[in-house]
Design a binder for this molecule. Sequence first.
Ligand SMILES: [Zn+2]
Length: 129
Amino acid sequence: MAPKQDYIKKMELRKQRKIDAGVVSERFPKISNMIIHMTYFHDAENSVLMERTVNIFPTSTADFNMECMIRGCDNGGFDLNPLISTLIKQNKKLAKGSMKCKGKVENHSSTHANISYEINIKYNKQPSI
Ligand SMILES: [Zn+2]
């Protein structure tokens, strides 16, 4: 497939995934907001590639699959979706950890990228009963 078509197909898949994911207020009505702070590292020496903070609002798309920042990474990324749904189910406010990219990149080691993350979740005030 030509690179451009490949790119268009990828963008379409991403768009579809976002539509399928729905918005935060529908999937996680308890959330008033959430902050995901990530530090991206590349290769095994753990050198910092970039830092990124994502603010999630009730109107945001409920898709927390973060892309891998390494160019040419195939099927990679950091899927925070399972983690975030678990946190919300358990009413947890804070989570810290790290994750490796499972994608494949030519001429890169299998440990080409990883992130460390910190997730802060704010919940809506529960009406007192
Ligand atoms: Zn990757």
